[in-house]
Design a protein around this ligand. Structure first.
Ligand code: 9MG
Length: 291
């Protein structure tokens, strides 16, 4: 084999492992995306190195437990969260992405809406963009197109500060679907290939309990676009409303919700409790492959 052939082989192998356009997302079994929030309240602050080490260790635990994607976020999207600057967000996420990447070939998504953070996160080793604004913030659509990596387009009515004040839809499933149609068009117009688009109805983002339940019940209808569906239900207040339980008591509810999302057509579930979700999905996969 000539040296340049070897190099091409190695590069394409690495690309396949890192999931550059297409291949990774087409895997048959559902993917578990482990949530890694790198916000000041997530890890006890024993200094910068201690926080980065703890976050990387947490990622390694999630990978060992079955996560194939680690979603790294440095800014909370909760309604009363304070906004962070680009510099602050970068200082939180970049060392963690570098740390995970030096230890593993796992898929890393960067949970951000800021084009600058997208750019530095991808250079640091992330390979998916997870944007709760679905690339609607200035410059993010063009940045995502130039980076050429898969993007998750999440639906959100309004913005985090006010989205839960009075969510209102005539038909939530139709309106979320219309939003997907528009955002896919906007992506394709700047050169983002459809095979690189993941769709997410955004459970809890500008939705009442009834809206969330309708979306979960009709999740499969979004598969008509031919893009993988991501569902993030883990520990969310919709589960707390049904169960009347606090966040730390929602593990079983979260696992069941993730399982139902997969049964209703999701290919990726974004979860905190990776090991428990992985057990549930192993049983589901075993039943699915029985004849
Ligand atoms: C960052 N983040 C919080 N909740 C989320 C969800 O449901 N989906 C996606 N894609 N990201 C989320």
């Amino acid at each position: 084999m000539k040296p340049n052939q070897l190099l091409v082989g190695l590069l394409s192998n690495r690309k396949a492992r890192l999931g550059f356009p297409g291949t990774f997302l087409k895997q048959k079994n559902p993917h578990i995306m482990g949530v890694l929030n790198v916000t000041p309240d997530s890890f006890s602050d024993g200094g910068e190195f201690a926080v980065v080490n703890a976050a990387v260790e947490q990622a390694e635990l999630m990978i060992g437990a079955g996560a194939s994607i680690i979603d790294v976020g440095g800014e909370s999207t909760r309604p009363n969260a304070t906004a962070v600057s680009i510099e602050e967000e970068l200082s939180r996420v970049i060392p963690v992405i570098e740390g995970i990447r030096s230890a593993s070939d796992v898929q890393i998504s960067i949970d951000t809406s800021k084009p600058e953070v997208m750019k530095f996160a991808i250079s640091a080793g992330a390979n998916i963009i997870n944007d709760v604004y679905a690339l609607r913030q200035p410059g993010s659509l063009e940045m995502a197109a130039s980076l050429g990596v898969p993007v998750c387009l999440m639906h959100m009515q309004d913005k985090p500060e006010t989205m839960q004040d009075k969510p209102c839809y005539a038909n939530v499933v139709e309106e979320v679907n219309d939003f997907f149609i528009q955002r896919i068009k906007a992506c394709e117009a700047v050169g983002i290939a459809k095979e690189n688009i993941i769709l997410d109805p955004g459970f809890g983002f500008g939705k009442t309990l009834q809206h969330n339940l309708s979306l979960l019940a009709h999740l499969d209808s979004f598969n008509s676009h031919g893009c993988p569906i991501l569902a993030g239900l883990s520990r969310k207040s919709m589960l707390g409303e049904i169960l009347n339980k606090s966040v730390d008591q929602r593990v079983i509810g979260s696992v069941l919700a993730a399982l139902m999302a997969v049964m209703n057509g999701a290919s990726i579930v974004r979860v905190h409790d990776v090991a428990q979700t992985s057990d549930a999905l192993k049983i589901y996969n075993a039943v699915q492959s029985a004849n």
